[in-house]
Design a protein around this ligand. Structure first.
Ligand code: 5RP
Length: 225
């Protein structure tokens, strides 16, 4: 698939997400908005509904910037309470709607906003839908002083950790990516990684996966529940 084709699929799922959430919107509705190139298409499509809802909580400073640029008010999550819906992309999503996220290093804030939402709508092009998670490197956000410790613990568990050089998260932390390991039990691994001292969060969204997947394919957008 060319990058132009992939971009068209992203725009199609972004538009489908706007149609999906339209009925959730009221004057006091605050949406959760994720991060990444697919979400950027969603933000562009959302501009048409700008006056129909109160605003959004952003999962990254980049998303916050983009929302504000099109005139959507951005709220602090602590003021927003429970969100009716969160829209975000994924690096991989499996048949149970467990995901790997964090290719853009926004995993921790994404996980927090997702935890505050009643419904998680995942928007992705067909290349993201996989039988088993792990083809895409699994990110771990770590406190900087714990980076080597966390990496050693991951080697003990049989993983190949790689420091994502030059990346600092919105929270001032660093990222380790785990390469080349298919994941048998995503919930168990999500929990186990979180037990390691110095881990802020990891990119497995298995305990809180998506509720709905809008998948962009050459045949059109599939609505999978
Ligand atoms: C960022 C994410 C994104 O949702 C994920 O990387 C997908 O991005 P894209 O839509 O650009 O493929 O988790 O941390």
């Amino acid at each position: 698939m060319t990058s132009q084709d992939q971009s068209k699929l992203k725009q199609a799922v972004a538009q489908a997400a706007v149609e999906e959430i339209r009925s959730d919107l009221a004057r006091d509705t605050i949406l959760g908005v994720g991060s990444g190139s697919t979400v950027n298409c969603f933000i562009e499509a959302l501009a048409a509904l700008r006056g129909d809802f109160a605003g959004a909580v952003a999962s990254s400073t980049e998303t916050e910037r983009r929302l504000k640029a099109i005139g959507i008010e951005v709220f602090d999550l602590n003021q927003a309470g429970t969100l009716s819906v969160y829209v975000d992309g994924a690096d991989e999503i499996d048949g149970d709607f467990a995901m790997i996220k964090g290719g853009g290093a926004a995993l921790t804030r994404e996980k927090i906003v997702a935890a505050c939402a009643r419904r998680f709508v995942c928007i992705a092009d067909g290349s993201k839908h996989v039988r088993q998670l792990g083809g895409f490197p699994l990110p771990i956000e770590v406190i900087p002083m714990a980076r080597s410790h966390v990496a050693r613990e991951m080697v003990k568990l049989g993983f190949s950790p790689v420091y994502r050089q030059g990346v600092v998260t919105d929270n001032g932390n660093q990222i380790i990516d785990l390469y080349d390991q298919l994941i048998d039990d995503a919930r168990d691994l999500e929990t186990r990684i979180n037990q390691i001292a110095g881990v802020v969060s990891n990119g497995l969204f298995a305990h809180r996966g998506a509720d709905l997947l809008l998948l962009g394919t050459a045949e059109g957008v599939q609505r999978l529940t």
